[in-house]
Structures are given as structure tokens and as C-alpha cells.
Write a protein that binds this ligand. Structure first.
Ligand code: SF4
Length: 463
């Protein structure tokens, strides 16, 4: 539903690719910053090639005849572990989207809700610190379906009393005041709305079923219903976009006073109609210099509106950062539930199939749907911690990164890479709130965040 988490060209809060649906948002295969990796001499820049070793597509399609999932049932994660619920249905499938989602028409949504509830009973950790409903379009579910999911989630986990943040991604065509109240009454506190653009021609290009007026109405509905926080998702750098039109869009959105904004530049994901149209010459990417202008304009406009850039593509007023996604960027643990959802608990990453039939069959037969798993060694976890942490404005602390990764080697392999980027002016050292040394991107490094992060991913895992 929305590029705020698993996230390009989609909506909302985008966590790493594997954090949402094994293609979760902020897709690691996507550029979320405007400058091409070749600007710093890398030919790769494709972090996803290293993660995970077994793709969910691979296991989502093949096992359609399997009666049992190939992996052991995972143990229930420790109390407090964040929960991501993947609700895979949308009004239609947007042609740029590579999340695991399908058009709801003709699907057994009630049946899928029942299977997701079964997985909640089997795997959801108690007292999660954050809960994030993504997809897909969670707001597309009916009130009884949302009640079934969220009441059972609370019965199993007590999330309504434990969570500091509960987010639901919503799309304008399925968010009115009544639906927003249903979500809030069930324990959701933060609504993330996939507006994507204020231009009807762009929304048409994106294949969205809402128009700009419906987008504004959905935002009003979220406010009228009394959401504690409202986030807006926008996509920029789409074919034909101009700097002036983006400035107008930003002005319109920022005048609403959102608590949080996710703004991602469009990327052309493999196996999407957009990528095919690009290859066929039916769509033309923007010039890289214009993409950079759009990125810098976004930062400047958000700053003037009081939204701070706390992550490369995410902006928030004070205290309104998305805690659920900050946990992803800090490489914390999480439990993903639903078809295609990915989890990382301790050193193990595992995921459900990106296939509705296999998911349902495995939940019915085995009580879980773990289709693949992989144990990450400390060097890989250290690489991922840098790869993700550099996206945060506050950067990361090398000593904490080593602890997070369980890395106790005599030499930190990240530091020579960091010093190299310090010399080139892309990284800088700073002092954190507790006097700790941290590393963060400089202004000139920010537009190259994806490429620089990939250098850490490749460089550390190669040691
Ligand atoms: S298909 Fe669904 S999940 Fe994908 S971008 Fe469109 S609304 Fe969002």
C-alpha cells in the first residue's frame, strides 16, 4: 500500500525490502536517493542482491503443491518485539508496485483474514513495542474484518496497552471518517495515507483509483476522526514531472500540517509494468539532475514547514518519527505476519511465501507458513546495520553496531570504509547525545545514500 515502510513507488513507511513482504518497502533493490551509484564508482548499488539468499518469490511460487512448509516452526519472539501485519489486498494493482499485493476483487478476503488470525495465535509476540498494519491496503478491509484481526491481536499480545505506536496504512478510496474511527477504536493511533500526488494526471499514470480531491478528503477524515498522528506518502521523480509542479504539490501537502511525510523517488522495479514500459521506451526516467533538484527541494520545503529529515526519505515534526521504521533502520528484530511477510529474530531471518494459496495451505496444515529461513553471520549483520543505519540523520555508532550484530572480531571492517568516505567528504564523524562517536552522511553524501550504503554491505561481507 504505501512507500513508508517497505519501500519505492509505493506508499508509506518503507522499511527494508525484506522487512515487509520479502519485497517489503523501502525495497533494498530500489534507489531511494537520486544520484546514481556510478557517481561514486560502484557498478552494483543493488543491495538486494545480497539479501536474502533465498528470495520469497522463489519459494512463493514453487511450493504450491507442498503440504508442509519446508522450515521448522519459529519460536515465539521475545515480548516487546515489533509486529508487522501484512494485509495483501488492494483496490487494484498499481503498475509500479512490487510489493506482494493483489486486487481484492474475486479474492476470499474473509478466508485470508481467518488464516492471518491463526498465524497471530501461533506466532505474535506479547506486548509488542510497535505494531504496523501494511500491505496491501489495510483500510480496504471491512469493519468486521479489521475487528477480527485487531481484537485477536490484542487478545494474544495486549498491544493496545504495550505499543507506543500503532500504524495503519490507508488509501484515499477506502478511508472516510467512519473507517478511520473503526481503526482508531480498535487501537490504531497513527494513520499513514498513500496520497502519492496532488495531480490527477500523475495519479492516473500511477494507476491509482483515487484523485487528488479524494486524497485531501481522506486526510480530512483522518483528522476529523482524531488520529494521534497522520502521515502522508508522496512519490516524486515520475516521468514528465517538473520542479514547479513538485513545489506546488509539496506546498499543498505541507499546508495541511501532516505530522510525518514519506517522499520517495519513483523507481522502476523488476517484473512490474512500469519496468516493462521503461524498457519499451513508453516511459522515460527523469534526468538525474532534476531528480537531485526534486530531492533537495523536498528537504528544504519540509525543513521550512517544521518537518525534520530524520531519514533519507522521511520527515517528521518533533517526536513524530515512525518508531516502527526506526527499528528497521536500527536493524532491530521484528515479526512479520501474513502472506509474504518477513521476520528477523536474533540472527535468523525467515519469511512466508508470496503466494496466497501456499500461505493458506501451510497455515491450515502446519499452523505456520515459514517458507524459507537463513542464519546471518555476525559480519553480515554488521554490514546490514551500517547499510540501514546510515539512512538515519543521526547516523550510527560503530560500537553499538557491533553489539547489535554480535560482532566481536579484533578489527571492525566497517571503519576503513567509513574513513574512505570521510576522506571523499561523503561521511562525517559527530558526537551523539551520550558523548558517543557516531558516523553520518554529509550533505554531499545524502543524495548518494543508497550507493554508499551498498559499499558498506558489499565491503563488510567481503571481509
Ligand atoms: S498495489 Fe497496493 S500496495 Fe502496491 S502501491 Fe498500489 S495500493 Fe500500494
Amino acid at each position: 500500500m504505501s512507500p513508508e515502510s517497505q519501500d519505492t513507488g509505493s506508499e508509506g513507511s518503507r522499511p527494508p525490502a525484506w522487512a515487509r513482504d520479502a519485497g517489503p518497502r523501502d525495497s533494498s533493490s530500489s534507489r531511494t536517493t537520486p544520484l546514481d551509484p556510478e557517481r561514486i564508482g560502484t557498478q552494483s548499488g543493488k543491495a538486494s542482491e545480497a539479501l536474502p539468499s533465498k528470495s520469497a518469490d522463489e519459494v512463493g511460487l514453487a511450493p504450491s503443491l507442498a503440504l508442509q512448509p519446508p522450515c521448522a516452526q519459529p519460536e515465539r519472539a521475545e515480548p516487546g518485539t515489533p509486529i508487522y501485519l501484512h494485509l495483501p489486498f488492494c483496490a487494484t494493482k498499481c503498475p509500479y508496485c512490487d510489493f506482494f499485493s493483489v486486487a481484492a476483487e474475486g479474492q476470499d478476503v474473509d478466508g485470508m483474514v481467518e488464516h492471518i488470525v491463526q498465524e497471530i495465535r501461533a506466532r505474535a509476540p506479547e506486548r509488542p513495542r510497535t505494531v504496523f498494519l501494511g500491505g496491501g491496503t489495510p483500510s480496504l478491509l471491512s469493519a468486521p474484518q479489521l475487528e477480527q484481526v485487531l481484537n485477536e491481536l490484542d487478545r494474544v499480545t495486549n498491544f493496545r496497552s504495550s505499543a507506543v505506536e500503532v500504524t495503519a496504512e490507508c488509501n484515499p478510496e477506502s478511508l472516510d471518517v467512519a473507517k478511520a474511527r473503526v481503526l482508531l477504536d480498535l487501537g490504531v493511533r497513527r494513520l499513514s495515507i498513500g496520497l502519492q500526488s496532488m495531480r490527477n494526471d500523475a495519479l492516473k499514470t500511477f494507476g491509482r483509483v483515487h484523485d487528488a480531491a479524494q486524497g485531501l478528503a481522506a486526510y480530512d477524515a483522518a483528522r476529523q476522526a482524531g488520529a494521534e498522528a497522520v502521515s502522508v506518502d508522496l512519490i516524486y521523480a515520475y516521468p514528465g514531472q517538473t520542479l514547479a509542479s513538485w513545489e506546488e504539490d509539496l506546498a499543498t501537502i505541507l499546508a495541511l500540517g501532516p505530522d510525518h511525510l514519506s517522499a520517495y523517488n519513483l523507481t522502476f522495479e523488476e517484473n512490474t509494468p512500469f519496468k516493462r514500459w521503461l524498457d519499451e521506451g513508453k516511459l522515460s526516467p527523469l534526468h538525474e539532475d532534476l531528480e537531485l533538484d526534486l530531492f533537495l527541494t523536498t528537504r528544504s520545503a519540509c525543513s521550512q514547514a517544521g518537518l525534520n529529515a530524520y531519514e533519507v526519505s522521511n520527515y517528521a515534526s518533533i517526536g513524530q518519527q515512525c518508531a516502527h521504521n526506526v527499528n528497521y533502520w536500527e536493524n532491530g528484530p521484528y515479526v512479520g505476519i501474513g502472506p509474504g511477510a518477513v521476520s528477523r529474530v536474533g540472527p535468523v531471518r525467515f519469511g512466508n511465501p508470496r503466494a496466497l494459496a501456499a500461505y493458506r495451505r501451510w497455515i491450515t496444515n502446519a499452523g505456520h507458513a515459514t517458507a524459507w529461513d537463513e542464519r546471518l553471520d555476525p559480519a553480515s549483520r554488521l554490514a546490514e546495520t551500517w547499510w540501514l543505519g546510515l539512512r538515519l540523520a543521526e547516523g550510527l555508532e560503530p560500537a553499538r553496531a557491533r553489539r547489535t550484530a554480535g560482532f566481536d572480531g579484533p578489527v571492525d571492517p566497517a571503519l576503513p570504509i567509513a574513513h574512505g568516505f570521510e576522506t571523499s567528504g561523503h561521511l562525517e564523524r559527530c558526537v551523539g547525545p551520550e558523548g558517543e562517536e557516531r558516523w553520518r552522511l554529509t550533505e554531499s553524501g545524502l543524495p548518494l545514500a543508497d550507493a554508499i550504503a551498498s559499499k558498506f554491505l558489499d565491503g563488510i561481507t567481503a571481509t
